[in-house]
Design a protein around this ligand. Structure first.
Ligand code: GNR
Ligand code: NI
Length: 165
């Protein structure tokens, strides 16, 4: 078990664009295990590789009550979406802030599992929100960027103050 360090907004490395995973090897399995350990340790419902400064298209998610249904999404692509929903989102990279964000209600994604097999997943509700939040991280987008510039500035200042103390 190894815990990884989660980057905090406004770290510029959170804005890097992740690359496709090509090698489905032992190192990938180890890294995904470390991502899950880190997600559970930090009480998150998801984690994108970008947040731990690895710029590959890898996501882990567990929205289950008992925290025993982790899913691993590698090279995810959005295939279909419909409807809208609002959800109060938080982020391990933006500690202490929750803001209402608009997302698609229903999504269908294609992704690869840890062995490289191509799969599809349809999601709604919280799982759909979480997948969209994590896929944004992979293209360098943090949820606060949907907010007004004024709110973004306030959040930046408060976090920088927090990190100093
Ligand atoms: O733990 C998390 N909770 C959460 C709540 C509402 C919407 C999205 C999330 S994802 C977040 C973990 C995280 O930062 N993932 O990138
Ligand atoms: Ni996040």
């Amino acid at each position: 078990m190894a815990l990884l360090k989660v980057l905090k907004y406004p770290d510029p490395r959170l804005h890097k664009v992740a690359e496709r995973v090509e090698d489905f090897d032992a190192a990938l399995i180890k890294f995904v295990d470390d991502m899950k350990d880190t997600m559970y340790d930090q009480k998150g419902i998801g984690l994108a590789a970008t947040q731990v400064d690895v710029h590959k298209r890898i996501i882990v998610i567990d929205v289950s009550e008992d925290k025993n249904e982790a899913i691993t999404l590698i090279n995810p692509t959005l295939m279909q979406f419909s409807g809208d929903q609002q959800y109060d989102e938080g982020c391990l990279s933006v500690p202490g802030f929750f803001e209402t964000i608009n997302r698609h209600e229903n999504i269908k994604i294609q992704y690869q599992d840890i062995e490289g097999n191509l799969k599809e997943l349809t999601a709604n509700g919280l799982l759909s929100v979480c997948i969209q939040h994590e896929m944004d991280h992979l293209v360098g987008k943090v949820f606060v960027e949907y907010l007004s510039q004024l709110k973004q500035q306030r959040i930046k200042k408060k976090i920088q103050k927090l990190l100093k103390n």
